[in-house]
Design a protein around this ligand. Structure first.
Ligand code: NDP
Length: 284
C-alpha cells in the first residue's frame, strides 16, 4: 500500500532512504537544511517541503537521518508532532534515544529509534539490516512500509535498544578491523602478498574463531570461565611473544597492546587457569 513518508535529512544516507521508498512506490516528502540536496529526489517524484514542520505535517511517518541527535532535535523543534510517528535513524547513544523518545512523546508523537547496519548503497538490497526499538504496536504499524529499506529487526520497547545493539555491532567490527590491520601490517612488512593472505587464510580463520563465540557468550552468562582449551596464562605468554615478534619485524603492535594488558591484569589477579571469556570481568 502506498504511504506518505517524510524524510528529513538528505545526506548520503537520507537520500538512499528516500530513493528506496520512492522506488517502492511510496509518496515521499523531503526536506534538507540545504535545499539543493532535494533536487534530484524531486526530479524522481518526491515532494519538496519548504520547512521540516511542513514535511512532518504532510505524513503520518517522519524519518529523520541527520548528523547527530542534537541536529535531529533542532530539525524537529517547531514541528507539530501530535499524532505523528518519528523514526530517528540518526546514529547515536542509548541515553540520547531514550531522551529523544520522551521528548517526542511529550509533544504527543510516537517514537521509534533505529540503527542502520548498512552503508548507503546497500539500502534496499539484500544484506542491509535496520535495528528498530520502541513500542511494538508503533513498529507493527509501519513495518511493511519500512521493509523495502532493509531487513527490519525489532529489538524491544525501550528506544535505547537499537543504538545499544548498533554500538555493540560496531564495537565487534572495530575489534575485527584492528586485528586485520595488525595482521596485514605484519605480512606486508615481509613483502608478502596481503590480499592472498587475507582471502585464503585470515578470513577463513576469523570465521572459524568467531563460530566459537556463542559458546563463550553462554559461559559469560553463566559466569563460568573454566576452560580445557586455551587458558589465560597460555594466552599471556602468546601475546607477549606476539608483541616481541612485532618489534623484531619492525611493526607497531599498538592495537594489540590493550589486549595484552588486560590478559596480564586478569592473570595477575589469579585467574590464569580460566579461559578468554573471563576477561569480560575486567571490563565491568
Ligand atoms: P551526511 O554527512 O552525508 O549528511 C548529514 C546530514 O545531516 C545532511 O542532510 C546535513 O544537512 C544534516 N545536518 C547536519 N547538521 C545539521 C543541523 N544542525 N541541522 C539540520 N541538518 C543537519 O551523513 P550521512 O547521510 O552519511 O549520515 C546521516 C546519519 O546516518 C548519521 O547519523 C550517520 O551516522 C548515519 N549512518 C550513516 C551511514 C553511512 O554509511 N553513511 C551508515 C549508518 C548510519 P546539510 O546537507 O544541510 O549539511
Amino acid at each position: 500500500m502506498s504511504e506518505n513518508i517524510a524524510v528529513l535529512g538528505l545526506g548520503l544516507m537520507g537520500t538512499a532512504l528516500a530513493e528506496t521508498l520512492l522506488a517502492a512506490g511510496h509518496r515521499v516528502t523531503v526536506w534538507n537544511r540545504s535545499s539543493a540536496k532535494a533536487d534530484a529526489l524531486v526530479a524522481k517524484g518526491a515532494t519538496r517541503a519548504a520547512t521540516a514542520a511542513e514535511a512532518v505535517a504532510a505524513a503520518p511517518l517522519t524519518i529523520v537521518c541527520v548528523l547527530d541527535y542534537e541536529a535531529a532535535r533542532a530539525v524537529l523543534d517547531g514541528a507539530d508532532l501530535a499524532g505523528r510517528t518519528v523514526l530517528n535513524l540518526t546514529n547515536g547513544r542509548p541515553a540520547e534515544a531514550r531522551a529523544t523518545g520522551e521528548w517526542v512523546n511529550g509533544r504527543g508523537g510516537d517514537y521509534l529509534d533505529g540503527g542502520i547496519m548498512a552503508v548507503p548503497y546497500m539500502i534496499g538490497r539484500p544484506g542491509a539490516l535496520i535495528l528498530y526499538s520502541g513500542p511494538r504496536d508503533v513498529f507493527d504499524r509501519h513495518e511493511a512500509t519500512l521493509k523495502p529499506l532493509a531487513e527490519p529487526r525489532h529489538l524491544g520497547e525501550d528506544p535505547g535498544l537499537a543504538p545499544l545493539y548498533d554500538l555493540a555491532l560496531l564495537t565487534g567490527m572495530y575489534g575485527q578491523i584492528a586485528g586485520f590491520l595488525e595482521a596485514a601490517a605484519l605480512i606486508a612488512a615481509e613483502g608478502r602478498p596481503v590480499r592472498e593472505f587475507t582471502e585464503t587464510l585470515l578470513v577463513p580463520w576469523l570465521h572459524a574463531m568467531a563460530s566459537a563465540q556463542p559458546r563463550w557468550a553462554e559461559d559469560m552468562e553463566r559466569g563460568d570461565y573454566a576452560t580445557e582449551v586455551s587458558n589465560l596464562e597460555v594466552n599471556r605468554v602468546g601475546l607477549g611473544n606476539l608483541v616481541i615478534a612485532f618489534e623484531e619485524q619492525g611493526v607497531k603492535p599498538d592495537l594489540l597492546l590493550p589486549m595484552k594488558e588486560i590478559v596480564e591484569r586478569r592473570v595477575a589477579r589469579g585467574h590464569g587457569a580460566e579461559g578468554l571469556p573471563g576477561l569480560i570481568e575486567e571490563l565491568r
